[in-house]
Design a protein around this ligand. Sequence first.
Ligand code: SF4
Length: 239
Amino acid sequence: MDTFSFSRLSLYDDCPRRFYYRYILALEEKEGVPLWLGRAIHKAIERKIVGDSFDSALIQGMAAINFNQTVPFNDLKFLLNNLPANVQGNTEQYFKLALNEEGTLFLQGYIDLQNGPEITDWKSNRKIYSVNDTAQIGLYSWAIHQLYGYEQVKGRLYFLRFRKESAFVYDRSTMELARQWALQLAQEILIKLQQVQSGGNWCGLFPSVRSSKCSHCPFAIACYRSQSNPIIKTFLESE
Ligand code: SF4
């Protein structure tokens, strides 16, 4: 493992055990309506920005999730309708950049919208939060700096459901803070994985961190059993 994304690092930061289940043991994580809705609205917005009509963009959004009937079509329509007018720029911009000078660890991601030194990430969440509550946009701003050399990048989260944004202008020092966050976590993960390979106890190296997020965790049962049932624990270790 040498390539990380913000979501992967963030999952590890929140709960190393969940990260281990998801990315190392590759236990199945079932998808649900919020994820499908997010995928559909991102595709619909992308199509709208490149010039598709509203209806065509909606259809493309639904096609991206194989017309999954559990996703409320009216909700998708509502979210797309809340897209700000006259949005322009490069959509779904992929990047993969070295996080360290040695070029051995990489960060990859997709930037929803980039227009010069401004980037936007669309959110279909039911709660608003600050752009600096996570390192996501700081990291994406760092990526834009690396790619285009902008000294400052305005990054924003746009909450479609509320037509509200949270924005911040990142400079070299705040971009660097985000990069350091990512690099430190990536290095920590690699060191722990090497320790596991050398016979270290993965349960101890990737501890469970209980929080309100446990109620949505697809691995809650495995997590509970791994701590109380040595047979399940052994089974998981052998996976
Ligand atoms: S149930 Fe909670 S503590 Fe256990 S893996 Fe999931 S998020 Fe972590």
